[in-house]
Write a protein that binds this ligand. Structure first.
Ligand code: VG1
Ligand code: CO
Length: 543
């Protein structure tokens, strides 16, 4: 039956960013927009004839309709099989795992992650390769090139697939297999962390609050934390995925996960708090009255991972994205293992993980992961923390205090200036770029620049190069400022300013981050002229 070739014309602006293509939902719903992009993915990876694809998303508005379109296109392009999460749901790490487990040829993940969802909010689509990880730049470049020449896409005119029924169905000769989105992922987690230890922890009265932020981790957290691990019912809050995330912003940071933060800083705070984002790949960790920055969380997990069964033999190495604080570098050094610095975005960790050079990796944006999948993994990070808490019987704040005592503390903060006029943002970045060569040795506000450059990455595995990955200015005395433009926004430009100050003085390990970072903040604003050039006197979000 009816396979249609639909004539189309190239659509501008289909260039994948840090993590796939993200646009306003309304844009994705325009005639041919989704179809063009999906056909460009299929063509860009050399066609899907005879291939197996994993498909699922974070359940946001348009998730299910988009999946129906993708399935009809996969069928028309002669794919052999599509494995789809029931109800169209798969968290990003669960999708990555399924691709690997089922030896699929790749997968399509429908999500705009931490961006809000709904008809007036954001939507996104990302292709992951056979290793389960986000496509490399070489592949996304091919996909983008194809979007510029596309004049035809293929789609069948079949009925909708029933996404609710587990098992196999046929769509014009292609097999559609609907699977439980949680089962395989939960089984994988049991092979990594010590479930018995964590079960005993909860049985002993340990309390926790996990905020799923109305997003995809709800079903996973209910099943694993409250189901298998025996945490009391009510441990998981906001645990039912909704198409607009309860009209919230599913971004696990102290600003957007305000309810959880208030709880954790109240008199009857539980022992442990955590949150995850829209598609389940990010995590926020907070102890009783003790927020842990994602950079510090990566450092702590690196120091203590050996307490979990999967990492008992030690870590091959670790990696962090460039703007992530250098706390993990110090832990890696003390362990005698390599620490790699990569550009922002999980796609740059894939080669290092595949080559066995690193076991753990992470980003300042609340992403942590390991070689168990090829995506960052929110719930995994929470489970690894639980394993460590169970083994050490220490509180979160004591664990952090010990870490800082041993390695010094990297005070850290990120300022986001959102929806800035793109031209103005570029003028600021260009201005900084022009100054870089002459900055070393100059004194800005009371601190002296040690070195300044624009980060470029040479992949040690395949030799590929990625230039223009952010401007970094290191100061004498352990401060650093990084500037980059976001690659996930859907409106204007977002300037990210990352601030860091290393303190090793044992008497200054419990200070107010804002005060400690004041000097480097002033220096960064001074050298970039950010406020004058963009007209912004304050960031929209500070995390
Ligand atoms: C942001 C973060 C980056 C992360 C990316 C995708 O990118 O800074 O660390 O990998 O989002 O995360 P950018 O280009 O906006 O800074 V997610 O959870 O949106 O898949
Ligand atoms: Co995400």
């Amino acid at each position: 039956m009816p396979m249609q070739n639909v004539r189309t014309t190239p659509i501008d602006g289909q260039k994948p960013g840090t993590s796939g293509l993200r646009k306003k939902t309304a844009m994705f719903r325009r005639p041919h927009f989704l179809e063009n992009y999906v056909q460009a993915i299929f063509d860009g990876i050399g066609g899907v004839a005879g291939k197996t694809l994993v498909i699922g998303g974070d359940g946001r508005f348009f998730n299910d309709s988009a999946i129906q379109i993708i399935l009809r296109m996969a069928s028309a392009n002669n794919a052999a099989r599509c494995i789809v999460g029931q109800g169209g749901i798969l968290s990003t790490p669960a999708a990555s795992h399924l691709i690997r487990l089922r030896k699929a040829d790749g997968g399509l993940i429908l999500s705009a992650s931490h961006n809000p969802g709904g008809p007036d909010a954001d939507f996104g689509l990302k292709y992951n390769g056979p290793n389960g990880g986000p496509a490399s730049e070489a592949v996304t470049d091919k996909i983008y090139e194809r979007t510029k020449t596309l004049d035809l896409y293929q789609i069948t005119a079949a009925e909708d697939v029933d996404l609710g029924s587990l098992g196999e169905q046929s769509l014009e000769g292609m097999t559609v297999e609907i699977v439980d989105p949680v089962a395989d992922y939960a089984a994988l987690m049991q092979t990594i962390v010590d479930f018995d230890k964590i079960r005993a922890l909860f049985a002993g009265g340990f309390t926790m609050c996990f905020d799923a932020m109305h997003a995809v981790t709800g079903p996973y957290a209910h099943a694993i934390l409250e189901g298998v691990l025996g945490a009391p019912e009510g441990t998981v809050i906001n645990g039912t995925p909704s198409p607009d995330f309860g009209k919230g912003h599913p971004d696990p940071n102290p600003i957007w996960a305000k309810t959880l933060m208030e709880k954790m800083y109240s008199a009857d705070a539980p022992d442990f708090g955590a949150a995850s984002d829209g598609d389940g790949d990010r995590n926020m960790i907070v102890g009783r009255g003790a927020y842990v920055t994602p950079s510090d969380s990566l450092a702590l997990l690196t120091a203590k991972a050996h307490l979990a069964p999967a990492y008992r033999g030690g870590l091959a190495g670790v990696a962090r994205s460039m703007p992530t604080s250098r706390a993990v570098d110090r832990v890696a050094e003390s362990l005698g293992i390599d620490c790699f610095e990569t550009p922002t975005g999980w796609k740059f960790f894939g080669n290092l993980l595949d080559a066995g050079k690193v076991t753990l990796c992470g980003e300042e944006s609340a992403g942590t992961g390991s070689d168990h999948v090829r995506e960052k993994d929110g719930l995994w990070a929470v489970l690894l923390w639980l394993n460590i808490l169970a083994e050490t019987q220490q509180s979160v704040s004591d664990l952090m205090a010990d870490l800082w005592k041993a390695h010094g503390r990297c005070y850290y903060s990120r300022y986001d200036y959102e929806d800035v006029d793109s031209d103005k943002a570029n003028v600021m970045m260009d201005g900084l770029r022009a100054k870089l060569a002459s900055l070393a040795g100059t004194k800005i506000g009371g601190i002296t620049v040690a070195e300044a450059d624009e980060f470029a990455y040479l992949d040690p595995v395949d030799g590929s190069k990625s230039a223009g990955q952010g401007i970094r200015i290191a100061f004498e005395g352990g401060a650093r400022a990084v500037f980059r433009l976001s690659g996930t926004g859907t409106q204007g430009a977002t300037i990210r300013l990352y601030l860091e100050q290393l303190v090793t003085d044992p008497d200054r390990l419990q200070d107010d981050p804002e005060k400690v970072l004041a000097a480097v903040r002033d220096a960064a604003l001074g050298v970039s002229d950010l406020q004058t050039l963009t007209g912004r006197t304050a960031p929209d979000v500070i995390t």
